[in-house]
Design a protein around this ligand. Structure first.
Ligand code: ADP
Length: 796
């Protein structure tokens, strides 16, 4: 039993629970550790039995019980139940025994596994956690890669040997190489164009000092501007790069615009230089583009700036008209809208001009009209490409922007040009004129004077008038000043008046007064208030003096004319009386000579007969002369006798008078359609009678012909009487119209030499002229005009 006792003490001190029980579960014995483990006293345990302290519902329990029955021993995990109801893991070992009484019993050893389980659980959790952590890391990495892949920056990572470790999608897109082709390869070998990074002044900083660098660089191979940032770490370098071409070109554009505006603001830089600079700048920003600006003048386009277009092309299009299908620029200027020709060869707008442009390689031309603020076309801004090309949105907006800037520059410059030209013209005019030119700001009463007139006319220097606001008024003659001021105030206050003119006397520097004529134009604001007066003062002293002289001369002339008229009337009266009274003694001479001839007929010798004949003939001619003179003196200017005359009828009746002679001489008379005139009928009859009579008298015997014509002209009627008679030498053209002037002896042609003088007098009375055109031997043509009577001529 000694061994039994030892065994018992071992059981009692063991940390594990020990039981002896019957196979039905009734507990026979339990050690201390078992009581502690389950929280029951041994008595309680014996009373309750195994089914109360084990989870018999656990399928393992039944399984283990069967196994013990079969194998005699089991090992495994079961669930214990403590007195406080707590379930806990239990390591369970049991052996089937036969006790001293030969009864079948079981020994059980149970170990509380709660702690281990707890630790185990913790471990699992730990493991789980670490697993999750790992997973997250994986996910994070994937996320990072996705992020890096998708960031808009190009991004790649190289190790210290410059082997590419990562290459994101933007880098693929910008640089045109795929990640899978590049991973593990040396970046310098793959991208020799990256040399700037290596040549970058801070490369040493990056590579050796492991400090980040940042720079911007243009990569012609990719036609991009890149913003590059490189961040070194111990084992690798990450490089970010951004395509900043657009920003850069915008910046370049902005700086170009700034420079252009600065140039434009400098008056000493010619506009064409500024435009050329601008065009070249745009061409640099947009490679392959050739720019041109044309100026519109009178419907035609002229080169303004095209620094890169060949001269032959510029010359060929110089002065081209605008209109539909007149190339891109001609059409754009005509339509006042943008014209984009993407393919010159096949566009009807270029049909007329394409040969030259194609021969020079230009295939596309987009033109933008440059309009001023009044929507008038100043010119066109065009770009040419040597390929068929449509503008990208970016290009179009850049060009629109350029066009707008051009609009501002050109409108300003043209306005400035106009002002300069106007000022120049104004200055030149004021230099050219002898007037004193002035420009008065009415509100401030400041008067600007220009030109040399003031000095030349009045002796004052322009400088001395400059600061003298009261220069003019005190120099106006005291007798004229009130009138001048009254007129000026009334005119300026009347918003409908736009001119002011007055004459007055003005004191010259030499103390004498000049007569001046002052003319000015009034400029008013929108309310009609006069704000400016622009004028010219002219010295009219000489004209005034001449006027006075002329007036006096006129008066004297009038007096002389009156005296002459009086003596003329006297003379006419005398001629009338003389010729009238002389007829009586002449008649006596003629009749006594005729009586004498009758009485002594046959008693006188031939000589006496001839003397009598001469005397009778002389008396006859004397009679004719006296008659003609009487006729002449009767031609009066009495307008009361004016009447409407059908010239045609009048000439007909004159011709009737000569009908015998016409028939006898077989004269061919023709007459045009003669006008209706207003004149003295008797005198007109006399006129035609004399001219037709002369035409008949001075015929050359060879099929005589007389042509009478007449027509209405502005202000007068023109008549002509033409013959094919003996003609007149040009030296006598004037003489024949003088009294008693004859070109022939009475034996050749009878006459008194008064006929044409009477004609002239009649024509004078009818405000006309008479003249002859003739060639000796061929005939003469007498022309005369009859003035159309004005109302006042009729009544005066
Ligand atoms: P008259 O015929 O009485 O001599 P006129 O005064 O009519 O006087 O003419 C002046 C002169 O002009 C004439 O003497 C004549 O020499 C010349 N004359 C006038 N008419 C013609 C004519 N139709 N053809 C040629 N000579 C003419």
């Amino acid at each position: 039993m000694k061994s039994n006792t030892i065994y018992q003490s071992l059981i009692d001190t063991s940390q594990n629970a020990f039981f002896f029980a019957k196979t039905n579960g009734a507990i026979l014995e339990a050690n201390k550790a078992a009581c502690i483990m389950f929280g029951y006293t041994e008595e309680e345990l014996k009373r309750l039995g195994g089914s109360s302290i084990l989870d018999t519902k656990d399928p393992l329990f039944a399984q283990m019980m069967i196994e013990r029955q079969k194998d005699g021993t089991i090992n495994g995990f079961l669930t214990g139940i403590r007195k406080n109801g707590e379930y806990f893991p239990l390591m369970y070992s049991s052996v089937r025994l036969i006790d001293d009484n030969g009864e079948e019993i079981v020994s059980i050893e149970a170990t509380d596994f709660s702690e281990q389980r707890k630790q185990e659980q913790q471990l699992i959790e730990l493991l789980q956690h670490s697993k999750e952590l790992h997973k997250k890391e994986e996910e994070d990495r994937a996320l990072l890669e996705t992020v890096l892949d998708n960031i808009t920056d190009g991004f790649f990572i190289v190790d210290n040997d410059w082997k590419i470790l990562f290459w994101n999608r933007t880098a693929e897109r910008i640089l045109g190489r795929n990640e899978k082709d590049l991973i593990g390869k040396n970046v310098w070998d793959e991208f020799p164009v990256f040399a700037p990074l290596r040549e970058y002044k801070d490369y040493n900083t990056l590579y050796n000092l492991k400090q980040s660098v940042h720079f911007q660089e243009y990569y012609p191979a990719f036609s991009i501007w890149a913003d590059v940032s490189a961040y070194p770490s111990d084992n690798y370098i990450s490089v970010y790069f951004k395509d900043i071409t657009e920003i850069k070109s915008l910046q370049t554009l902005e700086s170009l615009e700034r420079q252009v505006l600065e140039m434009n603001a400098k008056p000493d830089i010619p506009l064409t230089d500024t435009l050329d600079f601008f065009m070249k700048g745009i061409e640099e920003i947009h490679s392959g583009m050739t720019c041109s600006i044309l100026r519109l003048k009178n419907g035609r386009l002229y080169n303004w700036s095209a620094p890169s277009l060949p001269k032959i092309y510029i010359d060929a299009i110089e002065g081209g008209e605008i209109g539909e299908n007149m190339g891109s620029c001609g059409t754009a200027a005509f339509r006042k809208e943008k014209v984009v020709v993407t393919d010159i060869e096949n566009d009807p707008k270029w049909a007329l001009f394409k040969d030259l442009s194609l021969s020079l390689g230009y295939r596309a031309c987009w033109s933008f009209p440059i309009l001023d603020s009044n929507n008038d076309v100043l010119g066109t801004f065009a770009v040419y490409y040597k390929k068929v090309k449509e503008p990208t949105q970016k290009e179009e907006s850049t060009l629109e922007r350029m066009k707008n800037l051009l609009m501002i520059i050109l409108e300003n410059t043209i306005a400035l040009e106009t002002i300069t030209a106007t000022n120049q013209s104004y200055n030149l005019v004021s230099m050219a004129t002898r007037d004193a030119i002035w420009d008065c700001d009415i509100e401030t009463n400041i008067v600007k004077r220009s030109g040399s007139g003031l000095t030349a006319l009045f002796g004052y220097d322009i400088e001395e008038t400059m600061n003298d606001n009261n220069f003019w008024l005190p120099k106006i003659h005291p007798d004229d000043i009130d009138r001048v001021m009254e007129l000026q105030t009334a005119t300026l206050n009347n918003p409908n008046e736009s001119f002011l003119e007055h004459d007055y006397r003005f004191l010259k520097k030499d103390g004498k007064y000049a007569y001046v004529n002052d003319k000015s134009i009034i400029i008013r604001d929108k309310n009609g208030k006069a704000i400016r007066l622009l004028g010219a003062t002219r010295d009219v002293s000489e004209i005034k003096e001449n006027e006075a002289l002329l007036l006096e001369l006129n008066n004297r002339l009038k007096q002389r004319a009156e005296a002459l008229a009086a003596s003329n009337i006297e003379l006419e009266r005398f001629a009338y009386i003389a010729s009238h009274d002389m007829q009586e003694p002449l008649r006596m001479i003629t009749s006594f000579l005729q009586l004498f001839k009758k009485k002594y007929e046959g008693q006188l010798d031939a000589t006496a007969e001839q003397y009598i004949h001469f005397a009778v003939d002389g008396a006859e001619r004397m009679k004719k002369l006296i008659m003609d003179l009487l006729e002449y003196s009767r031609v009066s200017s009495n307008k009361e006798n004016y009447e409407t005359i059908h010239a045609h009828d009048l000439v007909e009746s004159v011709l009737n008078l000569f009908s015998d002679r016409i028939e006898e001489m077989k004269v061919v008379v023709s007459m045009g359609k003669l006008p209706v005139i207003v004149a003295n009928k008797t005198q007109m009859f006399q006129l035609f009678q004399n001219l037709i009579g002369n035409a008949l008298k001075y015929h050359s015997g060879n099929l005589p012909q007389i042509i009478i014509n007449g027509k209405e002209e502005e202000g007068y009627f023109l008549f002509s009487v033409m013959d094919n008679g003996i003609g007149i030498k040009p030296v006598f053209f004037d003489k024949i119209f003088l009294l008693f002037q004859r070109l022939h002896h009475k034996n050749e042609y009878s006459g008194t030499g008064i006929g044409l003088t009477i004609c002239k007098k009649i024509i004078d009375r009818h405000y006309g002229k008479i003249w002859v055109e003739s060639e000796p031997g061929k005939g003469s043509c007498f022309y005369f005009t009859i003035g159309k009577l004005l109302e006042n001529q009729m009544t005066s």
